[in-house]
Design a protein around this ligand. Structure first.
Ligand code: KIV
Ligand code: ZN
Length: 518
């Protein structure tokens, strides 16, 4: 039961977040994130936009079938086919929700939808009516509301409420509003929409001007009791409001916001952030609030001195509150399968059967090279296994000469999606260049490399290497990541995954004309 100051956290990492360029999560990856969001204690998971592709619909359905706890929502335009497809995907959840939307701003109505206000009103009415005939929990969003006439938006919201919408979500679709303006807008919306007090008001803010979190909590001060946000703030363009910032802001400074609070398990924040970053390939900037690598680091002598004497001199949050102490777990090279399964279950992963055998094999490979395998290593390893892509390319073998040679060369063996095995060779400006060229040659594609990053999973000379590759294939962006003790191997695997994602993205058929998508 929601108390009067509780903010429901509606996570849209798998829908709006997944719309970020280059992100192409497969069903297994989406499921892993959804399970982790459930452990984090979010109230709603927006699992996808089922009409956009059969793959998206299947992933939403798998989440609805397998993830317990949160409400599972599917997005739909006002078209009947969208709503039916969303329902077919979410109906397997114990708590399904259909989220339907249409723009109320004249800019969108005129230029994008190319219709009239009257038609928008009619579409909203029919869509909510239809959605409610299928599902008891229906959310309606007047898209681009903050640039729309508030009186017209109120009219549309009132109709949606009359037709049975249970949540009205006000989106700042292009990150245009400001905190004071948004509060005033919502206050006016309450005045103009008699039914709004009987439903949950929600806000959905984008970060184009860096105000997504500030606007979201301003919305809560105006009466919203649901905030839509995404892990690490990913999403269209500059992204959505960052979930971890909203949750920790209310956790740390709820006193400044009249006691507003969430039911999230803050200790799961750091782990969720790492999982999303790894699976999406979107690195977290080092100085990012709450989850950045430096968020709890102290560089200057004065600060270090203060924190050593008393942590609160320069820290307003305790790193343990977001789960940054979960690193104490360590396994040695002689640890057996049971110890590994135990350690993985302490980290929240239930790994059994063939998956455990595979994890154990990889653990042994790492343990042979590293003195101690830490929780962070295990987490990286398990995430790496989840990334396994049955429909894409896979690396069967490779060799590469070092960049110290006059002209580095590489050769690779690649398994194609149709199961055939091909070889490729190339020379390049450096080892990685030669390797990436060899993979591209073997695959028959010619993508352009956009980004290549190498990080260490933990500190220390024997740390696991984590690589991230972003490529562009005829306008389709693909990101891939991998972890290995050898960074050249990790780079090759990450490139192959990026290629699989880019090819999948460039081929994904849109099942309908997507005019009017957010
Ligand atoms: O930004 C937006 O307007 C959206 C809606 C679908 C809620 O993502
Ligand atoms: Zn959005």
């Amino acid at each position: 039961m929601q108390d009067s100051q509780q903010i429901l956290i509606f996570d849209t990492t798998l829908r709006d977040g997944e719309q970020s360029p280059g992100i192409a999560l497969n069903t297994a990856e989406k499921l892993e994130i959804a399970h982790q969001l459930s452990r984090l204690g979010v109230d709603v998971i927006e699992a996808g936009f089922p009409i956009t592709s059969p793959g998206d619909a299947a992933a939403v359905r798998a989440i609805a079938e397998q993830v317990e706890g949160p409400i599972i929502a599917g997005l739909a335009r006002t078209h009947s086919a969208d709503i039916d497809t969303a329902w077919e995907s979410v109906r397997y959840s114990a708590k399904p929700r259909i989220h339907t939307f249409i723009s109320t701003s004249d800019i969108h109505i005129t230029h994008q939808l190319q219709t009239t206000r009257e038609d928008v009103l009619g579409q909203a009415k029919a869509a909510v009516f239809h959605a409610r005939s299928l599902c008891d929990d229906v959310e309606f969003s007047p898209m681009d509301a903050t640039r729309a006439d508030v009186e017209f938006t109120a009219q549309v919201c009132e109709v949606a409420i009359q037709e049975g919408a249970t949540t009205i979500n006000v989106p700042d679709t292009v990150g245009y509003t400001t905190p004071a303006e948004f509060e005033a807008y919502l206050a006016r919306l309450y005045e103009l929409t008699p039914g709004l007090r009987d439903v949950v008001l929600s806000v959905h803010c984008h970060n184009d001007l860096g105000l997504a979190v500030a606007n979201s909590v301003a919305g809560a001060m105006a009466g919203a009791r649901q905030i839509e946000c995404a892990i690490n703030g990913i999403g269209e363009r500059a992204g959505n409001a960052a979930l971890e910032e909203i949750v920790m802001l209310l956790h740390t400074r709820g006193d400044a916001y009249g006691g507003l609070h969430t039911n999230c398990v803050t200790e799961e924040i750091a782990k969720t952030s790492r999982l999303v970053s790894r699976l999406t390939g979107y690195a977290v900037q080092p100085n990012k609030a709450v989850v950045g690598r430096n968020a709890f680091a102290h560089e200057s002598g004065i600060h270090q001195d203060g924190v050593l004497k008393e942590r609160t001199t320069y820290e307003i949050m305790d790193a343990r509150t977001i789960g940054l102490d979960a690193n104490s777990l360590v396994l040695g090279k002689h640890s057996g399968r049971h110890a590994l399964a135990d350690a993985l279950s302490q980290l929240g992963y239930k790994v059994e059967g063939q998956a455990l055998n595979q994890a154990f094999k990889r653990f042994k490979e790492i343990a042979d090279r590293k003195k101690q395998v830490t929780a962070m290593d295990l987490e990286a390893l398990v995430t790496d296994e989840i990334r396994h892509d049955e429909e894409g390319f896979s690396l069967e073998g490779f060799s590469a000469t070092t960049a110290g040679d006059i002209s580095p060369t590489a050769s690779v063996r690649l398994k194609l999606p149709d199961g055939s095995v091909v070889d490729g060779e190339a020379s390049g400006d450096g080892t990685f260049d030669a390797l990436f060229q060899a993979i591209a040659n073997a695959s028959g594609y010619a993508p352009a490399l956009r980004e290549f990053r190498v990080d260490a999973v933990t500190a220390g000379e024997d740390a696991l290497g984590e690589t991230s590759v972003v490529i562009d294939l005829d306008g389709a962006t693909g990101a891939g990541q991998a972890v290995a003790t050898d960074v050249v191997e990790a780079a090759a695997k990450a490139y192959v995954r990026a290629l699989s994602n880019a090819v999948r993205r460039s081929k994904t058929p849109m099942t309908t004309d997507m005019k009017g998508t957010p």
